[in-house]
Unconditional design. Structure first.
Length: 307
């Protein structure tokens, strides 16, 4: 439907109450179709044309014919889309896994590949995953892919695709600097916006800045990047203000810096399988700060002052 036809159609709807009622009826049918919750009363297309031709507000035969043409075009588009979705009733992604806040989730895919999801991350994949090994990721995950030279394993994010045959790698799409970090094997990364393809070999990492589109390929420490999958929170001499998102994701809480002098203070340490209370005690000891829990899962960090 062209913009002009759409405008005419919208004007007609505003002028003709009967036509508007018919349109709303079909709109309800269309919206509720996937759930099979159709309205009790439906109306055939011939009756639509009959009602529209009997409208008391039609000013001319020419305008009525034009309205029928526009209406026919509109519903033709709707029904064509309907047939398209009917042919695709089996969603591309029929399985959905989510790692709860503050927890890691490990599971096995139908092809025997292993996925470890970081806290708050999620994946979707189809029920016929063994035949078409494609998985959608939001967040961060570590993959141990079972090799199959006849069926590439593809990790899809909003900004890039990672294609492998059999390998181990980490994908992080949670931050501005999104990364693909390869531990074993080979991977091919396709950047969707630029269409650039970049190959990685073991111990190489691709960093893509989602704001500047800057791409960097560099070496990295596998143990540091994937420490989270072994339930280790690794803070590698980083500023407090920079590590808060990592800490919040790991524990599923909300740390807040209440003293500006702490923001640029550096922190370093490896915290393995510690509870949130154990972590708070460790953090107070090594950083000379005071930490207290407040309402709504907030945890405030202030400078330590002796009484």
């Amino acid at each position: 439907m062209t913009k002009a036809e759409r405008s005419v159609f919208e004007i007609e709807l505003s002028l003709d109450d009967n036509l508007l009622a018919v349109f709303v009826n079909f709109q309800k049918i269309w919206i509720s179709y996937p759930n099979n919750e159709l309205p009790n009363q439906t109306i055939c297309f011939e009756e639509i044309l009959a009602r529209s031709s009997k409208s008391e507000r039609v000013k001319s035969v020419k305008f009525s014919i034009k309205r029928k043409a526009v209406l026919s075009t509109a519903f033709l588009v709707v029904f064509c889309l309907g047939f398209y979705f009917i042919g695709n009733t089996h969603s591309e992604y029929t399985n959905h896994r989510i790692a709860p806040k503050g927890q890691r989730l490990t599971f096995i895919l139908p092809d025997s590949s292993t996925v470890i999801l970081n806290a708050g991350s999620e994946v979707k994949y189809s029920s016929d995953f063994g035949e078409q090994r494609s998985i959608w990721l939001k967040g961060e995950a570590f993959f141990k892919v079972t090799k199959n030279i006849n069926s590439p394993f593809i990790v899809q994010t909003n900004d890039f695709d990672v294609k492998v045959l059999g390998t181990e790698f980490n994908v992080n799409s949670t931050t501005i600097n999104q990364t693909v970090s390869l531990a074993k094997g080979k991977v091919n990364v396709l950047l969707k916006e630029s269409k650039d393809e970049i190959n990685l070999v073991p111990n190489e990492e691709l960093v893509w800045n989602s704001k500047t589109n800057l791409v960097i390929k560099r070496n990295f420490d596998v143990n540091k990047v994937s420490a989270w999958k072994d339930n280790i929170l690794l803070l590698d001499d980083e500023k407090f203000q920079d590590v808060l998102p990592k800490i919040n994701q790991f524990y599923g809480v909300n740390f807040i810096i209440k003293d500006s002098t702490i923001a640029n203070q550096h922190i370093k340490g490896a915290f393995k399988s510690q509870t949130i209370d154990e972590f708070i005690t460790s953090l107070e000891f090594i950083s000379d700060v005071s930490i207290r829990k407040t309402i709504r899962n907030n945890i405030e960090i202030t400078k330590y002052h002796e009484n």
